[in-house]
Design a protein around this ligand. Structure first.
Ligand code: PLP
Length: 482
């Protein structure tokens, strides 16, 4: 049974945990004892087979046939690489590309699975309308994930003028009968606050009939569980390439924001994958990296806008799950640390707990200058073009030089952040993202991922702009149409 990181007495099954998202006490859902999987079996099947094994182990209340079907649909033709997450060999380095899905960012791995599981976990009379406030990438990945999934709808809210033109275009051109997009007059926090208020708005709930409101954020186990799979798959690729033998330990370097991606790597280790170190890389918003080095989490500092915006995060939600496991499931301790964080913006763990964490994790951070320099120098040496998020990992991996074979996780296509990338590799500034994309394509002879290549020509379906106080009425109207 799942429990809460803040209250180990709570018990729910995996369907309830996935439907509810997070606990009413603010805690995250965890399995106190993670199941192990048979490494030999994992090495003998393909990505989809590995996903079936991992999802069945972590979400045991779903019918096995349902999981098989969800996996088949989630990892099908919408991926532009049959391996789903191929490894690119770069001299003596290994880059695991997680961006071959429909929105060219690693969020697709989880968001192609979660909506399909959610549709299965609810009963035939219930409909769910997902509300997503987004500062860019998550919104589009959630729209694509929920597009035309039965019994669900999705409404995405982004700050007007607060996302890149390409991100806005990606959202506004989304297909599907059940997808909705609105720009909000205000910043990301205004949109996020309005969404949270709608979830607790009794008057609104009464107008919605059989439609329930929910969210699809990255702490949901339905997003975390699918991310465990690519760690095993990367390992398999190295065994097949005879870089390692089955049973050898390897390291992973993970560009980190909310700690979901790298936590999935720790789950993989607990579930039986031979992992030595998980190398955590942040950008200048280095709260997590500093914590892993010192045992002090301190968010009382300035928020820094970087060239890797999807990692511009000061509160790393999924770290709470690591504290739970590393403290031996001490939910009282986790609850008190999280209360301290909420009240003072800071907490410190004991030397023993820090030592336990450092057995598995090392960390560092990269500056924007280092990131741009890494993109430029890797391109100059190898012709491989990295996105800025991946480059944070590259910089930290070079800094720390952990011995052994290491896989660097690449979390986005360089074409998602074309202006920064083009400036680094072509030494030229572009005012338009589309111009930067075309220049990278023509001058670096790269292929633009199909969904991004078509983007400029696609018709925009949505042009709604709302003040935050107009959001509930709009949501009520969408619910009536479901
Ligand atoms: C979300 C995201 C990350 C950070 O992943 P976390 O799971 O939040 O640590 C890194 N890179 C890109 C491109 C992302 O979209």
């Amino acid at each position: 049974m799942y429990t809460s990181t803040r209250n180990a007495k709570l018990q729910l099954n995996s369907k309830q945990a996935l439907t509810q998202g997070f606990a009413t006490d603010g805690g995250l859902f965890v399995l106190p004892q993670l199941p192990t999987v048979d490494l030999t079996k994992m090495l003998a099947t393909n990505y989809q087979g590995q996903a079936e094994i991992v999802l069945k182990a972590l979400l045991p209340d779903f019918d096995e046939a349902v999981i098989d079907q969800v996996v088949t649909e989630a990892y099908g033709q919408q991926w532009d690489n049959a391996r789903i997450t191929p490894i690119h060999k770069l001299n003596d380095q290994y880059i695991l590309e997680l961006f071959h899905g429909p929105t060219s960012a690693f969020k697709d791995i989880g968001l192609q699975v979660l909506p399909r599981l959610l549709a299965n976990a609810i009963d035939a009379q219930t409909k769910v309308l997902i509300l997503a406030a987004t500062s860019g990438d998550t919104g589009k990945a959630a729209l694509e994930g929920f597009k035309d999934v039965p019994q669900t709808g999705i409404a995405t809210f982004y700050p007007e003028g607060g996302v890149s033109p390409i991100q806005e275009k990606q959202m506004r051109t989304t297909g599907g009968e059940n997808t909705h997009v609105a720009a909000i007059k205000g910043n990301f926090d205004d949109a996020q606050t309005a969404v949270k208020q709608m979830l607790n708005n009794a008057e609104l709930a009464a107008q919605l009939g059989s439609v329930k409101l929910s969210v699809a954020n990255s702490i949901n186990i339905g997003r975390l569980a699918p991310q465990v799979v690519y760690y095993f798959n990367a390992y398999q690729q190295l065994v097949q390439a005879e870089v390692i033998k089955a049973g050898d330990v390897i390291n992973f370097t993970v560009p980190t924001g909310n700690f979901g991606d790298v936590l999935a790597g720790y789950y993989a280790k607990l579930m039986g994958l031979p992992v030595n170190k998980l190398i955590v890389a942040t950008n200048a918003n280095s709260e997590v990296a500093d914590f892993l080095k010192t045992g002090i989490y301190d968010r009382n500092r300035e928020f820094i806008k970087t060239v890797s915006p999807s990692m511009d995060i000061q509160i790393s939600s999924n770290l709470e799950r690591l504290l739970f496991y590393k403290s031996g499931g001490d939910s009282q301790l986790v609850a008190s640390l999280m209360q301290e964080l909420a009240e003072t913006g800071r907490y410190q763990v004991t030397a023993d707990l820090l030592e336990a964490i450092q057995q598995d994790f090392v960390a560092g951070s990269a500056s924007d200058d280092e990131v741009k320099e890494a993109i430029a120098s890797v391109d100059a040496q190898t012709d491989y073009v990295m996105d800025p998020h991946t480059a944070n990992g590259y910089v930290v991996q070079e800094q720390l030089a952990v011995p052994g074979v290491t896989v660097l996780l690449s979390t986005a296509s360089p074409f998602k952040f074309p202006q920064v990338v083009a400036e680094a590799v072509l030494n030229e500034r572009f005012d338009s993202g589309f111009d930067a994309m075309a220049a990278l394509r023509d001058r670096k002879h790269l292929t633009i991922p199909a969904p991004l290549a078509q983007l400029q020509q696609l018709p925009e379906r949505f042009d709604t702009v709302l003040a935050p106080d107009a959001m509930p009425a709009w949501v009520a109207k969408l619910a009536k149409e479901m």
